[in-house]
Design a protein around this ligand. Structure first.
Ligand code: NAD
Length: 444
């Protein structure tokens, strides 16, 4: 089938190249000239494992191409909208990009007679497609909602082996067309209304955010309880048959359990944004979403709580040399949006510490604003660990496993290690020099 994808960011490029690899002929439409040039040269404009290979192979086979022109949407049977829907200061989602993209597609398709479906892949709140986008679309074209559930860092695999394809459409033929497009994936397809598909996407992210904040709240309780480690508490919850079914847990655990884990909070472009937007939406329909508000509030305090631990252990943070290890919002990505590492860095700067930062995937030029504020950007883990008094691990980047070895090998005095991800076992580190989130801390 011929397909167009408007917006070639994380979602659009993965969807476009993913559909191309399934045998469809895909046109990616991207307004950003730099992004377009990179994509046309076979390089994704952001770090995403396996995406470059997929992009190069689909470009070479001619099943994927990128353009700025909307002209070719005329040939497509399905047109996906995968543009950004960022949060506005008032907590609502900015629909300007989506409205522009819908108008441009509608304009290019004016007068078209063949059946086409425009599928909203961007994350939106219930009613957006019907109330904000449908009035822009000419008669005869159908709008559907087809949310994306990928995770950055494993987006290509998530697309290929998606747990479910959710299609919200008013007209059965439009849903049938999208279902046919995804058929080669062999994934379960859930057909529903547009508003249900919209709410299901926001609710999924709010659910994951709530699990993380639940875990961190248990972590706070454990941190103040002698002899208790929240990771052990949570692993006992993990072993419940209601989570793992009849599976032998030693053979591997359901991935959902990775959200029932203490850490330095959720970040990224989706969980905070979608939870905040859902809270605002819930209020707008007369509800008081106390659980979601609490999940957000726990998350917002998590960076400060970790920095406070460092503050107490070091007896003040002014002029203290502290390394923040991990600046992207999680391992495996270079995405800085709503990153816990950056929140920790901001908190350290507010307390007049002298931070140094290192992330194996984030290039130094993305951190220039921090360099201007006096933050040292280390080009290696070894360099980040030199001459510091403490380090805070904020992502589970595999490189950080070697922190204890590097500290032992160094001639500088051993810094305090604050493990904000429970990445290390603590082995090889002096007990008083290793503080782990979720574990009782004698000085608290
Ligand atoms: N990133 C994720 O992990 C993820 C996962 C699931 C859903 N989502 C949702 O998907 C949507 C897209 O997210 P993203 O992370 O891919 O965003 P992104 O910012 O990485 O990409 C959006 C792209 O659309 C382009 N664009 C904007 N307007 C355009 C137009 N009129 N014509 C052509 N191109 C245009 C932008 O230049 C940009 O490259 C958002 O609603 C997001 O909430 C994101």
């Amino acid at each position: 089938m011929k397909v167009a994808v408007v917006g070639c960011g994380y979602v659009g490029l993965v969807t476009g190249t993913g559909l191309a690899a399934l045998g469809h002929e895909v046109l990616g439409i991207e307004i950003d000239g730099d992004r377009r040039a990179q994509i046309a040269a076979g390089k994704a404009p952001f770090h995403e494992p396996r995406l470059d290979e997929l992009l190069r192979s689909t470009l070479e086979e001619g099943t994927f191409r990128v353009s700025e022109s909307f002209e070719a949407v005329k040939e497509a049977e399905a047109i996906f909208l995968a543009v950004q829907t960022p949060l506005q200061p008032n907590g609502s989602l900015n629909l300007d990009f989506l409205v522009d993209a819908t108008s441009q597609v509608s304009h290019a398709l004016a007068g078209e007679r063949s059946r086409k479906v425009i599928a909203v892949r961007s994350t939106v709140l219930p009613g957006t497609t019907e109330h904000h986008l449908r009035p822009l679309v000419p008669e005869g074209l159908e709008l559907a909602v087809n949310p994306e559930f990928l995770r950055e860092g494993s987006a290509v695999d998530d697309f290929r082996s998606t747990d479910r394809v959710v299609i919200g459409s008013r007209e059965a033929w439009a849903g049938d067309l999208l279902e046919k497009l995804y058929a080669p994936l062999g994934a379960p397809v859930i057909r529903t209304t547009p508003a249900t598909a919209e709410l299901a996407k926001c609710a999924s992210n709010a659910f994951l955010a709530t699990l993380i904040s639940f875990s961190n709240e248990i972590g706070h309780i454990a941190e103040s309880t002698l002899g208790v480690d929240a990771e052990e508490v949570l692993s006992i919850i993990h072993a419940d048959r209601r989570f793992i079914g009849n599976q032998d847990w030693r053979l591997g655990r359901p991935e959902i359990l990775s959200y029932l884990k203490v850490g330095c909070g959720f970040g990224g472009s989706c969980l905070p944004k979608d939870t905040k937007a859902l809270i605002r939406y819930a209020r707008s329909v007369g509800q008081t979403p106390v659980l979601l508000e609490a999940a957000l509030s726990i998350n917002e305090g998590q960076a400060a709580s970790l920095v406070e631990r460092a503050n107490r252990a070091l007896d003040g943070l002014a002029d203290r040399r502290v390394a923040v290890l991990g600046i992207a919002f999680k391992a495996g990505t270079d995405d800085l949006r709503e990153s816990p590492g950056l929140k920790i860095l901001d908190e350290l700067l507010a307390r007049l510490a002298k931070p140094v930062i290192f992330d194996p995937l984030v290039p130094a030029d993305a951190l220039q604003t921090y360099e201007k504020r006096g933050v040292r950007i280390a080009d290696s883990l070894l360099s980040a660990l030199q001459d510091i008094e403490a380090c805070v691990i904020t992502t589970a980047a595999p490189e950080f496993q070697s922190v204890p070895d590097m500290i032992r090998a160094s001639r500088d005095g051993a810094p305090l290690v604050i493990d904000g991800r429970r990445l290390l076992s603590g082995e090889g580190l002096d007990d008083s020099g290793y503080l782990a989130v979720g574990r009782f801390w004698s000085a608290s």
